[in-house]
Ligand binder design. Structure first.
Ligand SMILES: *Cc1c(COP(=O)(O)O)cnc(C)c1O
Length: 300
């Protein structure tokens, strides 16, 4: 257990790359854009390389090209880890086949694969598969198992998949052992770890985590269906889980803000907003949002 998703990501990756390694991830990834050089700090300066691909999913062909480049060339960093985000940063979800297309490239190159599962439960419910099918059975070696965004106060787990690692000839016990020291060194071994662990136990009991994600995803489906019918709203990436990026006329955006709705703006092109539903989003709130947008579009 660690207390943030950033720690889960960077500790996982630091345990798998030397400082001269390169970590291949999507150019939109949280690692590259939202972790304030923690990745470089925790890995003692490894290079994080952005890979392109539609809907913030890595393109396996581009990945293949980079994985094979300059191997053994002492002048170049050496590909050492591949990291993908499930749900992605734009709200899309890799299908099991798409995950496998990435992990197949990794397998041939002998590289471990990390999954940033900050929204793991939302992706799982969207695919309707088992956790095993979305991780080790699909070639994932190590997982940042997010829980904070789906209901716990603070707490994320790092999960090391023994059989996956061993199929690549990597000793998973060594990885786990190293993680223990790295977690302490990084200041994420809490003296009252039970405060964090008890949240995770509650989260995983009685299907709480599935219930929370089911609700969040259902609210997003409702929101997306509603927004599709509002003139002027453009859906940028169809939401598959609980996050949606869309573009609104600026006046509509200001109108919604003035009515008290909260969402992120300003980090992207003008008019682009990010909408996220959660375990606690009320249905009436979603309906009010759609109504408010529609009222605006009818008036102007
Ligand atoms: C939120 C998030 C994280 C973790 O963020 P913290 O704020 O460090 O907990 C990691 N990856 C993705 C894709 C996220 O959305």
């Amino acid at each position: 257990m660690v207390s943030t998703g950033t720690a889960a990501n960077v500790l996982s990756i630091a345990a798998l790359t030397p400082p001269w390694g390169s970590v291949l991830c999507h150019s939109e990834s949280h690692l590259l854009n939202d972790e304030c050089t923690a990745p470089e700090f925790y890995t003692s300066g490894a290079r994080f390389v952005g890979i392109g691909g539609a809907d913030a999913k890595m393109d396996p062909a581009q990945l293949q090209k980079l994985v094979a480049q300059k191997i053994g060339d002492v002048h170049s960093c050496q590909p050492s880890v591949i990291s993908l985000s499930q749900v992605t940063e734009v709200g899309s979800v890799y299908s099991l086949e798409e995950i496998r297309a990435i992990t197949d490239v990794a397998k041939v190159a002998g590289l471990p694969v990390h999954m940033d599962g900050a929204r793991f439960a939302n992706a799982l419910l969207a695919l309707g598969c088992t956790p095993a099918e979305m991780t080790w059975k699909a070639g994932i070696d190590i997982l940042s198992f997010g829980a904070t965004k789906n209901g716990v106060m603070t707490g994320e787990a790092i999960v090391v998949f023994k059989s996956s690692f061993e199929s690549k000839g990597i000793d998973s016990n060594k990885v786990a052992q190293e993680l223990a020291y790295r977690r302490k060194r990084g200041g994420h071994l809490l003296s009252k770890m039970r405060v964090v662990s008890s949240q995770m136990m509650a989260y995983l009991s009685n299907d709480e985590w599935r219930r929370n994600a089911t609700h969040a995803n259902a609210m997003m489906a409702l929101l997306q269906e509603g927004l599709k019918t509002v003139p002027g709203v453009k859906i940028n990436t169809p939401a598959q889980a609980n996050m949606l990026f869309c573009t609104l006329p600026l006046d509509m955006m200001r109108h919604l803000q003035a009515e008290g709705f909260g969402f992120y703006t300003g980090r992207w092109e003008e008019g682009v907003i990010r909408l996220v539903t959660s375990f606690q989003t009320p249905k009436a709130g979603v309906e009010a949002f759609i109504d408010s947008a529609r009222r605006f579009s009818l008036l102007y």
